[in-house]
Write a new protein. Structure first.
Length: 576
């Protein structure tokens, strides 16, 4: 990745950006979004990653190479150690005579070129490539997961009881190797969770990738005690406690990334089950556009976060990305002019200059007590991890009423049911009406893999099944209103949709990564009056329909038509 000053020179010299005034405007917009220039240009589709790096190659008068189209011999790849390749973003892709061909991002990194010449004895011939190309080849350093796990499993099977015989079962070499491999592979696979589950005769290990669990290996039951002991040691948990649930945390440094593992241990029928959540200590903060907000919803959110007080609520089931949305909003609000304080359970990511507190019910530090304490800390903006009870709801709403902007989450199926839920908690209708500014309901859907995306039309049978589940005419009308399809389009069955065929890049799933689908309910004066009168849910829904807000499933269909996700994925996550 180029520095902003490097990139400006490249963009202007190669005419990717026409003139300095246009570039200056782009730089200001990137700064306003708190993004570096390269990310902003790619995200806003001002220029593609490939065109930027092809431009850089032209600027530095060096050849450009697309690594994704290269077949690289293992011995050539191994000329540059994995750690050096990862850290310096450089790949050796060919070697002839006394010369080695290398692809990198920054040709001004002369130190790494000198290092390669000294280490290999070959003179580097420099090519420029893209970050995606580097990332693609880095994966080739890794043994296939199956191959590596087979080696470990054979070692474990060979000794049968190896890994559980010593006084400290978590210290046996095969066990250490299994845990190290599990953690490393989970990182490379972009897994969010690792499940270690004891069964009657074996232990199953599964990863959750893009919200879906899949089995990655099974081990003999004899290895289970060693696995549990090793993870407990890493997490500073009681190794000799097997009857009670335990929670812990540990960190590893993985290729210059500091990863935290949040550990939960619970006794089940055949032993102790472990779930580890992977959390990057310094995640790349995204914008609302990047996490999936459409222009209309985006404007509603931006308008409401500028209000000095009131409440913004994000709703949805566990694992629907609520915390990510709140952190994204906090990042937008974060400035030296305001005091932002949070009370969370647990703190998932550390945000610079935000005062984050974690609940501890064992000592009475609950959401309610923590929130009371935060209000004595002169906050401007408060984030409450979740409103779970009447007491927390009352304090949050009073804080919103007395000049604070309060952000929090609730568990409801859609935006409108959040209002009756607050009333059920005993909050007076006039307080709900006067303090609630915005409610966002959301789900996460898997994105179609860009490497194997293909288009298709619905068959008669598929269309018939779809009509049983949704009102296709209404969806078609919304697609027209949102300018996703032409006004002249009359048949839903003739619309082009997309899916992933399945390839090595996405492990043959057809999906890679996730994005959000949203419903943003702006509490208008009309809606506020209905809430204050104590209107029933059906009346509230009628007013919402009149406002014409895009519902979660409708936002999902817009993204499916735009080739971001699939119809199947939208229907899967919006089932009630």
């Amino acid at each position: 990745m180029f520095s902003d000053s490097q990139l400006k020179k490249i963009l202007l010299k190669t005419k990717i950006i026409a003139d300095e005034k246009t570039l200056s405007d782009i730089v200001k917009k990137a700064a306003a979004e708190k993004m570096n220039l390269e990310d902003y240009i790619i995200n806003e589709k001002i220029a593609s990653e490939q065109s930027i790096y092809e431009g850089a190659a032209d600027y530095y008068q060096l050849p450009f190479i697309n690594l994704k189209k290269q077949i690289i011999r293992k011995d050539v790849l191994a000329l540059i150690p994995e750690a050096a390749a990862q850290e310096n973003k450089i790949i050796s892709f060919d070697q002839t005579g006394g010369q080695i061909k290398v692809a990198l991002l920054d040709p001004m990194n002369l130190e790494i070129l000198e290092f390669i010449e000294k280490k290999t004895g070959f003179r580097p011939e420099v090519h420029i490539t893209t970050p995606e190309g580097i990332k693609y080849i880095i994966k080739q350093y890794r043994k296939g997961m199956e191959a590596e796990f087979k080696v470990i499993k054979s070692e474990t099977d060979g000794g049968k009881d190896s890994g559980v015989k010593s006084a400290d079962p978590g210290s046996e070499v095969p066990i250490i190797k299994i845990i190290d491999t599990l953690l490393e592979q989970a990182f490379y696979e972009n897994a969010s969770d690792i499940h270690i589950e004891p069964e009657e005769k074996e232990t199953t290990i599964r990863y959750r990738v893009d919200g879906i669990l899949s089995s990655v290996m099974t081990l003999p039951k004899t290895a289970h005690a060693g696995l549990v002991a090793r993870i407990k040691v890493l997490s500073n948990l009681k190794v000799d406690e097997h009857r009670l649930p335990q929670d812990g945390r540990f960190q590893i440094i993985q290729k210059n990334n500091k990863i935290s593992f949040r550990v939960s241990v619970i006794p089940i029928l055949y032993g102790e089950k472990i779930v580890m959540r992977l959390l990057e200590e310094k995640p790349k903060m995204m914008t609302l556009e990047q996490i999936g907000f459409q222009p209309g919803s985006l404007e509603i959110v931006k308008k409401n976060i500028k209000k000095p007080h009131g409440m913004i609520l994000v709703t949805g089931p566990t694992g629907s990305g609520k915390t990510t949305t709140l952190y994204t909003i906090l990042n937008m609000l974060n400035s030296p002019k305001v005091n932002i304080s949070t009370i969370e359970d647990p703190i998932e990511y550390n945000i610079p200059h935000v005062n984050q507190s974690q609940t501890n019910p064992k000592i009475g530090f609950t959401f309610a007590n923590g929130l009371r304490a935060l209000l004595r800390q002169d906050p401007d903006i408060i984030m409450v991890g979740e409103i779970r009870d009447n007491e927390t709801a009352e304090i949050a709403i009073n804080a919103a009423m007395t000049g604070h902007l309060v952000l929090s989450t609730l568990h409801t199926n859609d935006a409108i049911t959040t209002l009756p839920r607050l009333l059920e908690m005993g909050i007076p209708t006039f307080l709900v009406a006067s303090t609630t500014n915005l409610i966002i309901a959301q789900r996460l859907v898997r994105k179609i893999c860009r490497e194997c995306i293909q288009s298709y039309n619905l068959s008669e049978e598929e269309l018939g099944q779809l009509k049983k589940q949704i009102n296709v005419e209404k969806i078609l009308s919304i697609l027209k209103t949102e300018k996703v399809v032409a006004d002249s389009e009359k048949s839903f069955g003739k619309l082009l949709f997309y899916k992933g065929k399945g390839c090595s890049e996405c492990s043959n799933t057809g999906y890679k990564g996730r994005t959000g689908i949203y419903e943003t309910l702006n509490i208008t004066p009309e809606l506020s009056k209905l809430i204050a009168k104590g209107a029933v849910e059906s009346d509230l829904r009628q007013e919402v329909e009149r406002q014409g807000i895009i519902k979660i499933i409708e936002d999902g269909f817009i993204k499916a038509k735009n080739g971001i996700t699939t119809l199947e994925e939208v229907l899967r996550v919006t089932k009630e």
